[in-house]
Design a protein around this ligand. Sequence first.
Ligand code: AMP
Length: 425
Amino acid sequence: MAKLTVRDISVTGKRVFVRVDFNVPMEEKDGRMVVTDDTRIRETLPTIELLIKSGAKVILASHLGRPKGKREPSMSLRPVAARLQELLGKPVAFAEDCIGPEAENAVAALKPGEVLLLENVRFHPEEEANDPGFAEQLAKLADVYVNDAFGSAHRAHASTEGVARVIAKRGGVCAAGLLMERELKFLGDELENPARPFVVILGGAKVSDKINVINKLLEKADTVLIGGAMVYTFRLAQGYKVGKSLVEPDKIEVANAALEKAKRLNVKFMLPVDDVIAVPVKTDKLDKKGKPVMDYTNIRVNSDMNCPDDAAGLDIGPETVKAYSAEVLKAKTILWNGPMGMFEDSRFAEGTFAIARAVAEATAKGAKSIIGGGDSIKAINKAKLGDRITFMSTGGGASLEFLEGAVLPGVAALTDKPTGCCCSR
Ligand code: AMP
């Protein structure tokens, strides 16, 4: 069911609680925290600016990091208020708490068209517990609820779900922000009846993370192209040797079932015909998580489906790139989630970058390209092709769950659009 959006509702003079995703990276500089990447703030500007223009009293709420229910100064949203103020070119008030007198007084002082940012909702353990009393306190601040935080919509937290339920129960409206609207349009409506051929590219580390998406998309796609370490679970399922490749032996049956489903539904399901492999060697360095850093020697292309015992598959090979690019170039709709190899290491990035170039080229020829969040976006941006893609989802886990067909609590809580509804302003 389609949801009401900020464009459908009247907000003039009303207190509008907007759940945004201001979970931005920050760094300490000269004793203060500063925002190092403001992409997520910029992405919500259209919604905030529309609300300002419509004369709403804009109350912004977000989480930042994982403070585990405690006040953690390094995770305060105050630096975000400063950055937002610069981007909007108008004052942004800041409340030291998201509930209670501090927040209520700040809201009471707001005039139409003014903006307030509340402190990190996760400073209260009740946020993640979706505590009804806490949701009531948040709801006390507002007449209308807007959710523009698609990336948090798969979680039923107080600021993403509970508060909307309270406002709706009072007869208030709960609408999607413009960013959320775009996510629902591209990951939902556009893929419901895709222009064909519809080519799905799935990569990344694990079959277990993506199997629900694979199963769901097999029902819609014409072609599925598999890359990343996932390949090796499929290879194992087909009886090949995988050497030291990242693999999930306990997911062989799941992989076989997907192969059978593809056959049954007449979906062209492609696995690589060659791989870039290398011999992993432990170094004495440790990474940030304390795990040994690996190096790789004897990097080469392997066209045998069996991987040597001492080697691991780390990227798709050149023949696979050719075959996959040809499919991508025939597509009218492309959905991509997950890199084709261990692209963080430039020696194993070529497969991912080549597919990114093919997706950009297909888009230039008129295909709709949708990138389903996470590492594929990092890869597209690293290849400097971000502006040549139709839509890049801002939600990592949320995008995957949405593509799996799950009902996201943050979306379900929004008001359904009445049939035949158009803009009511
Ligand atoms: P995901 O979050 O599931 O999309 O997985 C992304 C991660 O998978 C990235 O960190 C990649 O380095 C990793 N990855 C992709 N292909 C491989 C591979 N062949 N071997 C090891 N890691 C891989």
